[in-house]
Write a protein that binds this ligand. Structure first.
Ligand code: C2E
Ligand code: MG
Ligand code: MG
Ligand code: MG
Length: 287
């Protein structure tokens, strides 16, 4: 048993023990490394469409982490971790920088000119210098604020730590950024906040789209939100549209923009270019 104790002790003092015992901590330090090297992180882009014509209306940037050992890790898994361990400001800044760089890169290409919507975490809004980060990036890449949209979840906007978000959002809007409420309808919110907060757009959560057109309750909710948004001069994007039937329902209900696997999955920038920019015809070389 002395032998066993000895082994335990030597294990205890192995520097990597923390990480072995707590895979989350290991992931946090991997994320820190990924932020320094930058080359494991990517933004993927999912297009947004007018549902009747399929016309492109915008795109959303979605963060991807290609972990060297574990493969793709979903943002749903590592973003909460980044938030808990003080990495969110840095991660959020990386996203803004990358989206602006991409927008600048596409400016002089054959890519359609679309607003890129980025997801903004609560912590970026509460503690970060979001506004100056954004303006610095716009300047660096010579972009207009209308080329970057900001998506904030309902829970962010209603977070009590935030106090009154109105003035802060208004400042961003005054700069020319459009603001969307992400995952609309999933928080336990009163609708009153819609009247108070200066936003441009609602992203109707996919929970309400999933069972369309069959589910009567969802159908009613979607129609009611569309009517309310129209009355308030807000845009609506339906999220998670996967089927033709859902799309047809939304067209009939008067929804003017949708996003979902039915049109496109989130794609790496190069993949998106292949999809959106028609390849030049192959010209036989004179020989
Ligand atoms: P979100 O902003 O609501 O993004 C939409 C999510 O739905 C994405 O998941 C997207 O891949 C997925 N999705 C799109 N169309 C469909 C569909 O037709 N069916 C289904 N089942 N899913 C669809 P993803 O990329 O895993 O991102 C999850 C969440 O992580 C995002 O939800 C957002 O809250 C957060 N996130 C992603 N990137 C960032 C980022 O750069 N910063 C921050 N703060 N959060 C991010
Ligand atoms: Mg989003
Ligand atoms: Mg969403
Ligand atoms: Mg979501």
């Amino acid at each position: 048993s002395a032998k066993r104790l000895g082994r335990n002790l030597s294990q205890r003092f192995r520097p990597a023990l923390d990480k072995q015992d707590n895979p989350q901590l290991a992931l946090v330090s991997d994320l820190r490394a990924a932020l320094i090297s930058g080359d494991q992180l990517e933004l993927h882009y999912q297009t947004q469409h007018e549902p009747g014509s399929g016309e492109l209306v915008g795109m959303e940037a979605l963060l991807r982490w290609r972990h060297p050992k574990d493969g793709m890790i979903s943002p749903g898994d590592f973003i909460p971790l980044a938030e808990r361990h003080g990495l969110m400001s840095q991660l959020g800044a990386w996203v803004i920088e990358k989206a602006c760089a991409q927008q600048a890169h596409w400016r002089n290409s054959a890519m359609p000119k679309l607003t890129i919507w980025v997801n903004i975490s609560a912590l970026q809004l509460f503690q970060g210098d979001l506004e100056s980060q954004l303006t610095t990036c716009l300047k660096r890449y010579q972009l207009k604020p209308s080329q970057i949209g900001l998506e904030l979840t309902e829970s962010v906007l209603l977070d009590e730590r935030a106090g009154d978000m109105g003035p802060r959002l208004q400042a961003l809007r005054d700069q020319g950024f459009a603001i969307a409420i992400d995952d609309f309808g999933t928080g336990y919110s009163s609708l009153g906040y819609l009247k108070r907060l200066p936003v441009d757009k609602i992203k109707l959560d996919r929970a309400f789209i999933k069972e369309l057109p069959h589910d009567q309750a969802d159908a009613s909710i979607v129609k009611a939100v569309l009517a309310m948004a129209e009355g308030m001069g807000l845009g609506v994007i339906a999220e998670g549209v996967e089927t033709k039937e859902q799309c047809q329902f939304l067209v009939k209900a008067g929804c003017t923009s949708v996003q979902g696997f039915y049109f496109a999955r989130p794609l790496a920038a190069a993949e998106l270019e292949k999809r959106l920019v028609p390849a030049p015809a192959i010209v036989p070389s004179a020989s």
